[in-house]
Design a protein around this ligand. Structure first.
Ligand code: ACM
Length: 525
């Protein structure tokens, strides 16, 4: 019996090679699935047709590859079984998502050219016989992309979604607005994009260097603009949904609001609003707390919710430093009228307004861990980014949390100890081994509290990621490691095992022209 592991990423819960002759995909093969699972069968048929140049009919009667429901009620959602035998392939799944993940695993059993856009009828299309049983550890397996600091064209996002789906990632958190750009069309407030989506330039060099010696290198003189129309958003949401990925939109408040306020100065606190920011780092521009501003946010969120069917919506909440609230007489009067102690409580009040709006819109609120300060909104889900504490506090409080801690899963950080070998990044160091070794459940939580840790997510902030190519370089192969953390059981295979499988996996990325960073472990081997 061969002992090399099947080159699957993420590693399934149980995957056994069977000592039989390989399954050979023939030009005459058919795929069978009931109507409710047809979309996954069609996804498989389309992929195999593209890479072979052959045509694979999908029918509801019989086939060489058969997909069916497993009706055992005790099966976890998104679970599947996959049996590859010499003459047939059988998939059974608890849900349509499970069938889709089985298809993703099956594709990885074929040669890496299975991801090719050019037909290769000359290749031998075989898959080793295997018996696989699989289910995810976490329900939320996310990756965040910042489209505010730099704008990614729609085709680049589709390519990115394709690759996320291959890793069984199921949430794309879309950071659509920030101080440096508002990137989603809101019909009621056209200036958000007419003004808010454009900035003059970006900082040259590294902001920390500029700040440390006071000698700013200045701007690069290159304008940045771009936004997604509502039609484009709908197109991307549907594209992701077909790959079992939900898109989580993020609309930042009360900070990271400078682009919005540049467009509509009455939302802010200064007599003369600042322009869309051309600098990185934390800004002091906040929304004011007037009823008209809350109404503006309600109107924006109402349009956003109409575009994104996901049950959750992210309202930001991070890094809202408070000098503008402290110095504004009307805000201070409002704070006193509300009977609040300080600006932290006012931020908490602000987030509760968002929670009330989202309740009306039938969405659950997600926010960065600062929303814990000044009192947590009762139904909020917290993204713990500054460390583990936000998640620990939330879980103890009975609120759900998602693990996004920057020491481990910030993919804008460097990928090596020696920064000199790497392109300019924001700082921090999160090499592949560190990502792969991260355990998302904090040790101090009881088993009951740990149930509130609903998942784990990698972050791609784009201050130093100006192009889709650089985005791929920073994302991969760290997203491959993230997929293991998010999908595999707690007792997952070690880093050496992962590296063995990753070698073949990177060839799949090569075929798709994904510009990943070569792991030093191979370069130095
Ligand atoms: C964050 O990194 N400011 C959430």
């Amino acid at each position: 019996m061969p002992t090399t592991p099947l080159p699957l990423v993420p590693q399934p819960s149980r995957a056994e090679r069977l000592d039989h002759p390989d399954f050979v995909l023939s030009e005459a093969a058919a795929i069978h699935a009931p109507d409710a699972l047809r979309s996954s069968a069609q996804f498989l048929a389309d992929r195999l047709a593209t890479c072979t140049g052959w045509d694979f009919p999908v029918n509801d009667r019989t086939g060489d590859i058969r997909i069916k429901f497993n009706l055992l009620s005790t099966l976890p959602p998104q679970s599947y079984q996959l049996l590859v035998a010499p003459k047939e392939i059988l998939i059974s799944a608890a849900t349509a998502a499970g069938a889709f993940y089985a298809v993703q695993t099956l594709l990885q059993l074929f040669p890496p050219a299975v991801y090719d856009q050019q037909p290769r009828p000359d290749l031998k299309w075989t898959a080793p016989c295997a018996d696989i049983e699989d289910a995810p550890r976490f329900g939320w397996r996310g990756v965040m992309v910042d489209s505010s600091r730099f704008f990614q064209p729609l085709p680049a996002l589709k390519k990115f979604i394709d690759v996320l789906a291959q890793h069984k990632i199921n949430v794309l958190h879309w950071h659509l607005v920030d101080d440096q750009g508002w990137r989603i069309e809101i019909k009621r407030y056209p200036k958000l994009t007419a003004i808010g989506s454009k900035r003059r330039e970006s900082p040259r060099g590294h902001m920390a260097v500029n700040l440390r010696n006071g000698q700013s290198l200045g701007g690069d003189g290159k304008p940045v603009e771009g936004y997604y129309t509502q039609d484009e958003v709908r197109e991307l949401v549907a594209y992701a949904a077909a790959r079992h990925i939900n898109i989580l939109p993020e609309i930042e408040m009360p900070g990271h609001a400078q682009a919005a306020i540049a467009a509509y100065p009455e939302l802010g606190l200064l007599a003369e609003a600042k322009p869309v920011s051309c600098k990185w780092g934390i800004h002091d521009t906040l929304f004011n707390t007037k009823p008209e501003t809350i109404t503006f946010l309600e109107n924006v969120l109402t349009e956003v919710v109409a575009l994104f069917p996901f049950a959750y919506l992210h309202i930001g909440g991070d890094e809202a430093i408070k000098p503008q609230w402290e110095q504004d007489a009307a805000t201070q009067a409002h704070l006193k009228t509300l009977g609040l102690k300080d600006e932290h409580e006012l931020q908490s009040w602000f987030i509760r307004q968002a929670e009330t709006i989202l309740k009306k819109l039938d969405r659950k609120l997600v926010g960065w861990d600062e929303i814990l300060e000044g009192g947590l909104a009762p139904s909020a889900t917290v993204m713990s980014w500054r460390g583990l504490e936000g998640a620990i506090e939330s879980a103890k409080h009975g609120n759900d949390a998602i693990m996004c801690p920057n020491p481990f899963v910030y993919f804008d950080h460097y990928q090596a100890e020696d920064w000199g070998t790497e392109p300019l990044a924001i700082g921090g160091n999160s090499p592949l081994a560190k990502v792969h070794g991260y355990e998302p459940i904090p040790a101090e939580l009881t088993a009951d509290q740990a149930k509130h840790i609903i998942g784990v997510q990698g972050q791609l902030w784009t201050e130093y990621i100006a192009t889709p190519t650089r985005l791929e370089f920073m994302a991969f192969p760290r997203v491959c490691a993230l997929a293991e953390i998010a999908w595999c059981p707690a007792a997952r295979p070690d880093f050496a095992h992962f590296l063995t499988r990753l070698k073949t996996h990177l060839r799949r990325l090569d075929v798709q022209d994904v510009r990943y960073r070569a792991p030093l472990e191979y370069v130095h081997a």
